[in-house]
Design a protein around this ligand. Sequence first.
Ligand code: SF4
Length: 372
Amino acid sequence: MSFDESPALVFWETTKACALACRHCRASAMPEAAPGQLSTEEGLALVGQLGQFRSHQGGRPPVLVLTGGDVMMRPDLLQLVSAARLAGLPVALAPSVTPRLETGALEELRALGVSSVSISLDGATAGTHEGVRGVPGHFDQTLAALRALAGLGFKVQVNTAVMKANAGELAEVAAIVKSVGATAWEVFFLVKVGRGQDEQELSPEENEDVAHLLFEAAHYGFAVRTVEGPWYRRVVAQRRAFGGGDPAEAFSLGPLYRQQSRRLHELLGRPRQEPRAPTAGTRDGKGIFFISHDGWAYPAGFLPVRLGNVREESPVAIYRQHPLLQAIRRAQFSGRCGRCELRDLCGGSRSRAWAASGDPLGEDPACAYVPA
Ligand code: SF4
C-alpha cells in the first residue's frame, strides 16, 4: 500500500490539557488548555476536511484518533465525534484514565459510533506503572477502566511505553492485555521529545529482544503493533520466514528476550494461534499524520517538523504534497536505513532519526540490523 493519497491514521491532539503528568509525555501536557488550541468551529472544520481523504482511497477513510493531553477534557468532544462520524471517519479515542472517563460519557461516545479506545498501561505492577504516571492508585484504576471499556463493547487497545523500568515486566503486561479482553497491544519505543528526554531508552540489542518477544506475544489472540519501532515489522518478516529451532540462537538474542519469552510461555502457555502482527509498511508521514492542538501538521507526534497549519492550508493537501512526506513515502533515506534492503517495509523511526541527527531522513540509531 502506498499511502500516497491518504493516511491510515490521523492523530489529532485535541488539547494539551491533562490532569496527569507522565514522565514520558509527548505533549508535555498541562492542567489547562494551552493558548492557541483549535476552537470548536476550527475543530469541526478540520474533521470536515479530513473526511475528504476518503474519496481518494476507494472509499476507505483514515481512522481519526482523538488524543491529547486528555481528550476527555474537550468540552465539545461529543460534537466533534458526531461531526467526524458524519464526515465518514471511523473514530478512536486515546483518553487518560481520570475520573472524567466515566460510564455515562463512554456510553454516549459508544452510541455516537466510537469503536475503539486505547489506554496506557506502563507496567505490570502498581509500583512500575504509577512510577511513570505519578498518581497513587492509578494502576488499579487503569485495569478497571480497561475492563469497563471492554464491557461496554469498545475494541480496547493497551498502549505501553517500553523503557528500562518496565522491560523486565513485558511478559506480565502481555498477560494483562489478554486478561482484560483487549484486542490490541501497541508498544511505543521512546524517542527523546517532550518529557521523554530524561528517560533511558533501551539499547538496539534490547530493542531486538523486545521485538522478538512482541512477535511471540502476537500469538495469543490480540494484535501487537509498535510505535516508533518499525523494525518490529522486519523482525516479524524474519520470524515468519524462520524454519524452526531456537530463535535466541538463530537471531543471537540476549538475556532480556530469553527471560521474557520463557515468562510469556509460563503465563500464557505455548502459542497456539496465528500471529496477529502488522504487514502494512506505515511510518511517520507514510500512513501516519499528526495535527497538534494549535493546528500544526506534523509527520507524527514525535517528529516536530512543522509541515503547515490547518488554519491556513488543507490537511489533505499538506499530507499529499509536502516534499518531506513524499521523500519519506519514497523511502529516500540516508545512512544505514538508506542502504537497507528493508527500507520500504521498515524505514526506521523518522522521529528518532530527527532526534538523533536533526535529519528526519537519516538513520534510526535504535535498530540493531546490519543491512545485507
Ligand atoms: S536499518 Fe533502518 S530500514 Fe533497515 S531494518 Fe533497521 S531501521 Fe529498518
